[in-house]
Write a protein that binds this ligand. Structure first.
Ligand SMILES: [Zn+2]
Length: 97
């Protein structure tokens, strides 16, 4: 029997991913649509590239919701740097014309 048949694995949250989605949104909003392609292909490439550079931080959301992201200034900076690097690399090397 599969693990996810026995346990509710949907309570597992990757904090890195949640933080990264928020920061990616912030950074893309700052850039004009003319400077960077924001189509689904490009943005998913940016998300993949930056997530792969960072260590995942899994937690169980029921307990983990107590943690504040505010204590994470240094990690947030690391995530932001990975996001900015990915945005630059992907926009210079689009997967499409
Ligand atoms: Zn694109």
């Amino acid at each position: 029997m599969a693990l996810d048949d026995i346990y509710d694995l949907s309570n597992l949250k990757n904090h890195t991913e949640e933080l990264l989605f928020r920061i990616m949104e912030e950074e893309l909003e700052k850039i004009s649509d003319e400077d960077v392609c924001k189509c689904e292909d490009c943005v998913l490439d940016m998300v993949c590239m930056s997530l792969n550079k960072l260590a995942p931080r899994y937690r169980v959301s029921l307990m983990g919701s107590i943690y504040s992201t505010a204590q994470d200034g240094e990690f947030e900076e690391e995530v932001r740097n990975a996001v900015l690097e990915a945005v630059e690399k992907i926009s210079l090397n689009r997967a499409h014309d």
